[in-house]
Design a protein around this ligand. Structure first.
Ligand code: FAD
Length: 406
């Protein structure tokens, strides 16, 4: 293998490039990235950077003077327009083609949009550094009425930051509770209540009809007045550029358990791997196919994809990627952490601490197994559950472990 191209210059792509080098690959590495910025960290975009506490220099994923050490050719501000998986050619919008022996797809995800969203100057989305700086310029002086559409993690983080900057904040959610997809209805309701206690107006079961110059119009005719609107209704994986590539795309790039991409006919395409928010793969530890939209997964998958690409090229066995998924979210003074998975039919039990104290550990039960663990302001308890989840613990074993926490 002489040339590896990494498509997407963010967390997963950077970790892939770094790992190729640390694992001893001495061929050519080209990283193509649509944004003009060197890889930067997204979590602060809705937190410290949006709040004005940090400046962009603080969120580099690698110190600026250490990029050259990687011996990587960066093609930034260049978009991958198409891939011919079978012949190993990547087409770029600058008119050039890159022939490759190995390819790691790490193009992440983009914000889902409402119809006509682009027509209104006061309507924002939040995925990139530029999005965050634009929104921060509006929120900084306070005294706005901010409406956040969507009570997912990004929406609630923006709501908390906007409120802390002295704005009046309303969150509009179509589902019966916030965070249903990530945490289920019961714990989503608990997190929503923490926002209400801190002065955010959280309205669930609300049907947004359309965006309006004066705010957000609901389907029952009510106009929720607002001069800043943030749309946080989830993301879609960036796979449009792979149309016609010959790879299987199904809400993400479909891979096997070692992160090797599948062709549309279901066969593996040797040498093509994927990592991060764009990837869907079967996690053997949970017996589920997953697409995970969180930081730790993107970082670890970037490294795992690079290792497996190299291993196979050297005739070694690739290693299945089967982690316990993890994410965190900071909202006001509340740190939410989650390990594992949450499904709608999971039973949820608060095992340690108390919801009303804003400090607790909740366990998610699926059948006879521990499925997930949610910590609110309880980092030590959450981390102690990691090994329990990784070991595939039964529900009773998990309760016994949690009973020892103080
Ligand atoms: C505001 C915000 C806050 C977050 N907070 C948290 C948090 O607190 N905790 C947590 O666990 N996770 C958080 N996340 C999620 C985490 O940041 C993502 O999971 C992570 O960034 C995914 O990394 P990635 O490299 O897979 O994709 P991305 O970061 O989406 O990067 C993909 C890159 O590929 C580029 N690209 C796309 N298409 C092309 C193309 N055709 N050609 C070339 N380049 C292309 C994109 O421009 C982008 O730069 C947050 C995300 C956001 C947006």
């Amino acid at each position: 293998m002489e040339r590896v191209v990494v498509v997407g210059a963010s967390l997963a792509g950077l970790r892939a490039a770094e790992t190729l080098r640390t694992e001893g690959f001495d061929g050519e590495v080209i990283v193509v990235g649509a944004e003009v910025h060197r890889p930067y960290d997204r979590p602060p975009l809705s937190k410290k950077l949006l709040a004005g506490e940090w400046e962009p220099e603080r969120i580099h994923l690698r110190q600026p003077d250490s990029f050259d050490d990687l011996d990587v050719e960066w093609r930034l501000g260049v978009v991958a327009a198409g891939l011919e998986a079978d012949s190993g050619v990547l087409h770029l919008t600058d008119g050039t083609d890159v022939e490759f022996d190995g390819c790691i797809i790490a193009t992440g995800a983009s914000c889902r949009r409402l119809p006509d969203q682009g027509r209104h100057a006061h309507v924002h989305e939040l995925r990139t550094l530029d999005d965050s700086l634009r929104l921060r310029a509006e929120l900084a002086e306070g005294n706005h009425h901010v409406v956040v559409i969507g009570a997912g993690f990004i929406g609630l983080e923006v709501a908390a930051t906007a409120k802390q900057l002295g704005n009046e904040v309303t969150v509009l959610e179509g589902a019966p509770a916030p965070l249903i997809r990530g945490l289920g209805a019961e714990m989503g309701t608990a997190i929503g209540a923490m926002h209400v206690a801190r002065g955010v107006d959280v309205r669930c079961d609300v049907d947004v009809e359309r965006l309006d110059e004066a705010g957000v119009l609901l389907s029952d005719g009510e106009l929720v007045e607002s001069d800043v609107v943030v749309v946080g209704i989830g993301v879609v994986p960036n796979t449009a550029w792979l149309d016609g590539s010959g790879l299987e795309i199904r809400d993400g790039v479909v891979c096997d358990e070692t992160l090797n991409a599948r062709r549309a006919d279901g066969e593996l395409r040797p040498g093509v791997y994927a990592a991060g928010d764009v990837l869907r793969w079967p996690n053997a530890l949970f017996g589920e196919e997953m697409r995970v939209e969180h930081w730790t997964n993107a970082a670890e998958q970037g490294a795992a994809a690079a290792k497996n690409l190299l291993a196979v090229s050297r005739g070694e066995e690739p290693v299945p990627y089967a982690p316990v998924p993890f994410f965190w979210s900071d909202q006001f003074d509340v740190r939410v952490q989650f390990l594992g998975r949450a499904s709608a039919d999971d039973e949820v039990v608060v095992a340690t601490g108390a919801v009303e104290d804003d400090k607790f550990l909740a366990l998610y039960r699926n059948g006879d197994r521990l499925h997930g663990a949610l910590g609110v302001n309880a980092p030590r308890w959450v981390m102690k559950m990691r090994g329990t989840l990784a070991a595939g613990a039964s529900w009773d074993e998990a309760l016994e472990v949690a009973a020892t926490f103080e």
